[in-house]
Design a protein around this ligand. Structure first.
Ligand code: URA
Length: 234
């Protein structure tokens, strides 16, 4: 084998290299050592791969009873990611998360802290509507949490907002209570990366328990403060 260099400045003792049996591959392109985050193209490919995996899930009562997959909504470049529980009737019909009554309240909550919904990324713990809007079973939460973790790693948000106990359970386990865990910044570790996470009440719960809105408002203010501190544009 004879080695050829495109760039003659790369002279690395050619004779020495050509004298042994090892195959060397050289490139004169600089190595981008700063490239740590997936580029947009990679992100789109990874999201589409994940979407297909969930579309092809087998033996799932949720998928078998739902009209369609509800994957996500919003800006996949966002630094803010919201996780709900699972699609309801309207979401199942439209194929988008948070478009029913809970979604209307969620939009108002975001507006109250000057966040445009289109600027954030939203998904759910399970991506198919549970029959009769039942809460997903622990085994379902567990099965889908694998997809959810991948989803978070792909979006790579600076702030993760978990809405309700199902989202909390999916990522932090079932031994804790949302009333104790909400309203403080936590660290969630996925694939060796730490995500700053806020657990807060689900908008559907707030529709039933209006007296809890004061806690939710306190959480929203903490989220706004962190957005400002981290200089995230929303
Ligand atoms: N509730 C959720 O948790 N997710 C939705 O998408 C809609 C309602």
């Amino acid at each position: 084998m004879t080695l050829n260099f495109k760039n003659q400045n790369d002279i690395l003792n050619l004779e020495k290299l050509n004298s042994n049996e090892i195959e060397y591959i050289f490139s004169d392109k600089p190595i981008n050592r700063l490239k740590t985050k997936p580029q947009l193209e990679d992100k789109i490919k990874l999201l589409s791969k994940l979407r297909n995996e969930i579309k092809n899930i087998d033996n799932c009562e949720l998928k078998n009873n739902a009209k369609q997959l509800v994957f996500a909504d919003g800006n996949n470049q966002s630094k803010i990611m919201i996780i709900g529980e699972g699609p309801g009737q309207k979401e199942d019909e439209q194929g988008k998360p948070f478009v029913g009554d809970a979604g209307i309240l969620l939009n108002k909550m975001l507006e109250a802290i000057q966040i445009k919904r289109n600027n954030i990324y939203i998904t759910n713990v399970v991506n198919y509507r549970p029959p009769n809007n039942r809460k997903p079973e622990p085994s379902e939460i567990n099965r889908y949490s694998n997809y959810l973790r991948q989803h978070i790693a792909i979006i790579d948000p600076k702030i993760l907002i978990l809405m309700g106990s199902t989202a909390m359970e999916s990522l932090f386990g079932s031994k804790i209570k949302i009333s104790k865990e909400r309203g403080v910044w936590k660290e969630l570790i996925i694939h060796n990366k730490t995500y700053l996470t806020m657990i807060t009440f689900h908008p559907a719960y707030l529709l039933r328990q209006a007296d809890q809105k004061k806690y939710s408002w306190a959480d929203l203010k903490l989220i706004r403060k962190k957005i400002d501190e981290l200089k995230i544009s929303v």
